[in-house]
Design a protein around this ligand. Sequence first.
Ligand SMILES: Cc1cc2nc3c(=O)[nH]c(=O)nc-3n(C[C@H](O)[C@H](O)[C@H](O)COP(=O)(O)OP(=O)(O)OC[C@H]3O[C@@H](n4cnc5c(N)ncnc54)[C@H](O)[C@@H]3O)c2cc1C
Length: 363
Amino acid sequence: MARRPDTDYDVIIVGGGVIGASIAWRLARNHLRVLLADARAIGSEASTAAAGMLAPGGEFDQPSPMLDFAIGSLGRYQNFVAEIEADSGLPIEFRRTSAIQIALTHTELESLIVRAALQRTAGIPSTVLTKDQLHALAPLVRSDAIGAVHYANEAIVDAAGLMTALRAACLARGVTVEEQSRVTSIAATRTSTRALLGDKSIDAASAVISAGAWSSGINVTIDHHPYPLPRSYPMKGHLLGYRLPAGSIAATIRHDHTYVLQRADGFSIAGSSTEDAGFDRTIDPKIVADIAVRASSLLPALRGLQPESVWIGFRPATDTPAPNIGRVHSSRLWLAYGHYRNGVLLAPATCDQVCREISAALE
Ligand SMILES: Cc1cc2nc3c(=O)[nH]c(=O)nc-3n(C[C@H](O)[C@H](O)[C@H](O)COP(=O)(O)OP(=O)(O)OC[C@H]3O[C@@H](n4cnc5c(N)ncnc54)[C@H](O)[C@@H]3O)c2cc1C
């Protein structure tokens, strides 16, 4: 692969969430010299906050290129995790637990069935569960639930564990990791990029902006002209963590905007909220109480239990219906941000696309 020996790095990656860290790791695996810069620490934002559902059936109603991208990404997950485990030496919890979307009324069940039929034509497999089948599969679900749709292919990953392993895999593959290093600007041309990290200027053949909700705050020029990036902004979400007996919730349980999933050790995550509140990091007790009520209505075993932990994160939203992934014109700058509610799910496919394009451009 052709290198630019006159530059400090082959690629600088701005932002070390699941998107940037996976791209950095993969490029370094392909023997490129990579700098991964993060304003805080690798995995300190949305990617570690995520619940870790890998769940196209909960997210997509209609056929679309983005759904195909998501299905492809889910199909890649097992290998993605295995490769990161091998490079990092750290285990990552990834399990095909499946997911169940429950119905409380006949009208609700009818509309879930119609939606599932449409989803099946788009490539998301599912089956309809009778009341008895539902309660056999999910005995903790409220007893008046009358049926459900079961998404057998869906999975969960421990997003925080994935980020710890990705950081280690990056280091093992020789990525230069610079934490507490905010990139303020990138000047890209058709042949090179220059990034400003504090008062340091770094030259790299190519650059990737993967700074999640913060991405469009970075000043960019393309061929010396200002280039306004597509807007990114935060959609805050709260999550609650409970301790339940391990194995008591086999599949992820969903109803409307509420879900509960369980990790192998019994740690159970209930979510969520969607708040247009800027980068406000405060935990709101009213929102916590609301999620606790909704979750314990779904699973009465949670009633009266205090959450062991509560946290927030900023989903990276954009004005476009899909994330911004790809090269900016013919310059050496790539964008990889705006994955909103599905960045953990979409990481393998995003990583594949960006790495393929960058490698092709360097040839
Ligand atoms: C409550 C909640 C639940 C979620 N649940 C799920 C789920 O179940 N499944 C799923 O697939 N997705 C889920 N998501 C969405 C998922 O977390 C995001 O889509 C994904 O983490 C985005 O990854 P990212 O790498 O783009 O951003 P981030 O993880 O936010 O990483 C961006 C990084 O860029 C750094 N940065 C910012 N500015 C700069 C700068 N100027 N210079 C250098 N570095 C910078 C930040 O410090 C940060 O580390 C959830 C999100 C939230 C908030």
